[in-house]
Write a protein that binds this ligand. Structure first.
Ligand SMILES: O=P(O)(O)OC[C@H]1O[C@H](O[C@H]2O[C@H](CO)[C@@H](O)[C@H](O)[C@H]2O)[C@H](O)[C@@H](O)[C@@H]1O
Ligand SMILES: O=c1ccn([C@@H]2O[C@H](COP(=O)(O)OP(=O)(O)O)[C@@H](O)[C@H]2O)c(=O)[nH]1
Length: 466
């Protein structure tokens, strides 16, 4: 079996005690790497200031070598904060208004990808399979090809891929698309993202859909497909059941006794629709006054990318809004919104999901949204809660038992909350079973296997158009 080389901007390093990093993606990829042997390469998250980064730092754990590189201050600013998070992230989340184009940042993005390629290439053997993750590293395959590498290289995009009309507003859309054509397999989260990709090729006249998942563009033939990422469903369900003994979960249970709990869990990101969600909760309480003092909404929102101005602005807006609603509607013995601005460990989170009558997941746009899947997996099968889910999350393509909402429609979301809280146990069980069955049969290990199987079989493709 060929070795596997995984490349991602962030690398989930094992903890100091040697235990593997938590999170479905990390667990699935670490398992695949252990089985085949391989390398996980990426950014250390550290800056070398204005000095050229030193040699890769390497750490061996079983069959896996973790290889990390620092980046200079300028690299972090231009590649990560600048182009990845102020151009690609907003564009892929349909936020043209937030994209900030700068020639310096665009050049920095391509330069850091070249730097990654130069650091990675000496570690690669001819038979290795390379799997690149996410929007930070789209041009990596082109750079590796430029250096003469002939290995199979796959790419998986964790975030949405927008329609052509949005993509073409990005000055370097052609270079980005050319970058994708250097992979042997390009994976998206949903069929909609794949359709947008194919639509761009057609619209711009730079490629053809050859059928059976094959495309040709920029003189290369490659595969593209939808590979919706899953979670470790069975393990997470087990986790949630055992979390009942956790002290924090017990404290929370006591603190909401006699009330229904609604839970929202999101990085503090404008794509998550937190402002609209708080508005919907307020609307629900004002149009259903009988629920006042009967419901607690827990919003867990760890800070994210705080050095990027749009994120800093969001932090202020969300905190102000939560405070305003609490001030306007709360009473001396009831705080409607509990707003937690820090990260909670996954085992506590699993227990909190299980306590909540409603999982409120309303991104304005999301590649998948693993929280939606985790909420379902964490439920007690005897009395499961209700998932209220944005139709604009990738997860909505799969979780048909959810109450689907349009997060821009504040009144519609408020109505879904009322419907969810009043839903009969029979309907809740029926909806939950349908979703749980799907999640058990489409977990993250299957996602990983399917992608790698298709990447390996891409070896039989002719690579260039004759
Ligand atoms: O690296 P950051 O800029 O701090 O952002 C964190 C990640 O955000 C998006 O990721 C998430 O998806 C991951 C894979 O599905 C998941 O493991 C992680 O928990 C999520 O936060 C983005 O897609 C990642 O590339 C970022 O690293
Ligand atoms: O305090 C927190 C908040 C989130 N998460 C985890 O972070 C991931 C978020 O993934 P999702 O796909 O929902 O959103 P993303 O952050 O990738 O955009 C999920 O696995 C959550 O369990 C966590 O461990 N602690």
């Amino acid at each position: 079996m060929s070795r596997l080389i995984v490349v991602s901007n962030r690398v989930p390093m094992p903890a100091k005690d040697g235990s593997a990093a938590a999170g479905g993606l990390a667990v699935a990829l670490q398992a695949a790497l252990q089985a085949r042997g391989g390398i996980w390469m990426g950014w250390s998250g550290e800056s070398s200031g204005d000095r050229e980064p030193g040699a890769l730092s390497q750490l061996q754990k079983g069959n896996i070598t973790y290889a990390l590189t620092d980046l200079t201050d300028t690299d972090v600013e231009e590649y990560y904060r600048g182009f990845a998070n102020r151009v690609l992230w907003p564009i892929c989340h349909y936020r043209l208004d937030l994209a900030e184009y700068g020639r310096k940042e665009m050049a920095g993005y391509f330069r850091v990808n070249r730097f990654f390629a130069h650091r990675l290439a000496p570690l690669i053997q001819p038979d290795d399979i390379i799997w690149v993750h996410d929007y930070h590293l789209i041009p990596l395959a082109a750079e590796l090809r430029q250096m003469g590498l002939k290995n199979r290289i796959g790419f998986f995009l964790h975030i949405p891929w927008p329609p052509a009309d949005i993509l073409v507003t990005m000055p370097v859309h052609e270079e980005i698309m050319r970058g994708l054509s250097h992979y042997d397999l390009v994976g998206f989260q949903t069929d909609y993202d794949l359709q947008n990709f194919a639509g761009y090729l057609r619209r711009e006249g730079i490629g053809d859909d050859l059928g059976n998942g094959l495309f040709d563009s920029h003189g290369r033939i490659f595969k593209a497909g939808a590979y919706p990422i899953g979670i470790e469903t069975a393990a997470f369900a087990d986790f949630a059941e055992r979390a009942a003994d956790n002290v924090m979960v017990q404290k929370t249970r006591r603190s909401v006794e006699g009330r229904d709990m609604i839970i929202g869990v999101d990085r503090l990101d404008y794509s998550k629709g937190i402002i609209q969600r708080l508005e919907a909760f307020e609307r629900f309480l004002t149009t259903n006054p009988a629920y006042q003092n009967k419901v607690t909404y827990l919003q867990v929102t760890p800070k994210s990318r705080s050095e990027v101005p749009e994120y800093e602005h969001m932090q202020k807006m969300v905190a102000e809004q939560a405070g305003r609603v609490n001030g306007a509607i709360g009473t001396v013995d009831w705080v409607p919104i509990r707003y937690v601005n820090r990260s909670i460990s996954r085992n506590v989170l699993a227990g909190l999901y299980r306590l909540a009558t409603i999982g409120l997941v309303t991104p304005l746009r999301d590649g998948m949204n693993l929280v939606a899947k985790e909420y379902v997996a964490a439920q007690n099968p005897d009395r499961p809660g209700v998932l209220v889910l944005s139709r604009f999350a990738g997860a909505a393509r799969e979780l048909k038992g959810a109450l689907l909402v349009n997060p821009y429609d504040v009144e519609g979301t408020a109505n879904a909350l009322a419907r969810g809280l009043a839903m009969s146990l029979e309907e809740r069980r029926e909806r939950w079973s349908m979703m749980m069955e799907h999640l058990l049969s489409h977990d993250v290990s299957l996602w990983c296997e399917n992608f790698l199987r298709d990447l390996v079989t891409a070896a039989e493709l002719p690579r260039t158009v004759t």
